[in-house]
Unconditional design. Structure first.
Length: 338
């Protein structure tokens, strides 16, 4: 018996060590893929500048008739006289040290320009993300639990209708109804900070969240319907468990994987769509800064914002991939089997 117990403990230790090594390999693989994706994205973001018509020097010296000496001085000051590969290396090296270059439009460090506007965009995205999670998942759960009934069809029709409304149209309607006619919310600016900023961001957040609520709601319904037909749910129900307990422990928890995956994909969409909403509500955020910088050929700002969006998208999706086996152990078992 003692030998059997010792053998069992040895097998358990070896199994735990194997699982730990597999987890480390998984994490290392995700980090490697993340680094490779960011490297390729940096190449694409930087060298796409040379495909865009327009000359940064002409923008810097707009409205003037510069001498060749002035052109040479500006070109050297911004490093535009260097070979493209050296400009790229200087750019990447600077970013790794927190230096994103200087804005051609504002004549300030890009990090300073973006940092002044980042809180507004983060507040907008976070508030919209909360609305998406609460409303989208709630709508999907209600529809799935009433599958085939009137309430299910009503939710699906409502989601489909909302999905057909572009963000800018939703923004106009929200402003016209809740700001102009009812006067419940402000229609312009981001407020004075704190609760006032949150109050100003209510309508923009709703406008930003509308389309994404539809996606999360439909994915939640589909995933839950799939789980409701599984045998383990029938077994749990036959054991006399309360319906709420069955839904929480055996349906929603197992359905959360696809919802998490879609939520990770929404990050880039929220950051990009925020530019439209910020323009409609007069918010001085990163999205509106990106639009202005593209229009005025402010390449350093455009490159920094685009790379930050890509980095946020890649990092969030890597975190979702790493969290999914912890939330749903079956995915880890499936990965191990493969």
């Amino acid at each position: 018996m003692a030998l059997a117990d010792q053998a069992g403990r040895s097998v358990a230790r070896s199994g735990g060590a194997w699982a730990g090594a597999a987890t480390l390999r998984r994490v290392a693989g995700k980090l490697g893929a993340l680094a490779l994706t960011l490297f390729l994205a940096s190449l694409l973001v930087f060298f796409s500048r040379f495909l865009v018509p327009g000359d940064p020097v002409s923008f810097l010296l707009r409205g003037r008739k510069p001498s060749p000496e002035a052109v040479a001085q500006v070109t050297e000051q911004y490093g535009l006289d260097l070979p493209p590969w050296q400009q790229y290396l200087n750019w990447v090296t600077g970013m790794l040290q927190g230096d994103f270059g200087r804005s051609l439009q504002y004549r300030q460090d890009v990090a300073t320009v973006i940092g002044e506007r980042l809180p507004v965009t983060l507040g907008l995205v976070l508030m919209a993300g909360l609305m998406i999670a609460v409303v989208g998942i709630a709508a999907g759960v209600v529809a799935a639990l009433n599958r085939g009934r009137v309430l299910d069809r009503a939710v699906l029709i409502g989601l489909t209708t909302l999905g057909a409304i572009p963000s800018f149209v939703g923004a106009i309607v929200l402003i016209a109804v809740f700001a102009v006619q009812l006067g419940w919310f402000p229609s312009f600016g981001s407020g004075e900070g704190g609760l006032d900023t949150a109050y100003h961001l209510v309508l923009p957040s709703i406008a930003l969240a509308i389309v994404f609520v539809v996606l999360v709601g439909k994915v939640t319904r589909s995933s839950m319907v799939d789980q409701l037909d599984r045998e383990h749910v029938e077994v749990a129900t036959s054991r006399g468990l309360k319906r709420a307990t069955v839904v929480r422990r055996h349906v929603l928890r197992n359905a959360i994987g696809p919802i998490l995956t879609v939520s990770g994909l929404l990050v880039a969409g929220l950051l990009v769509a925020s530019s439209i909403v910020e323009a409609a509500f007069g918010l001085a955020g990163v999205g509106s800064l990106l639009v202005q910088s593209v229009d005025r050929l402010d390449f350093p700002v455009v490159q920094a914002i685009v790379l930050l969006v890509v980095a946020a998208f890649v990092v969030v999706n890597a975190i979702v991939d790493l969290l999914e086996p912890w939330i749903d152990p079956r995915s880890a078992a499936g990965a191990g089997a493969r």
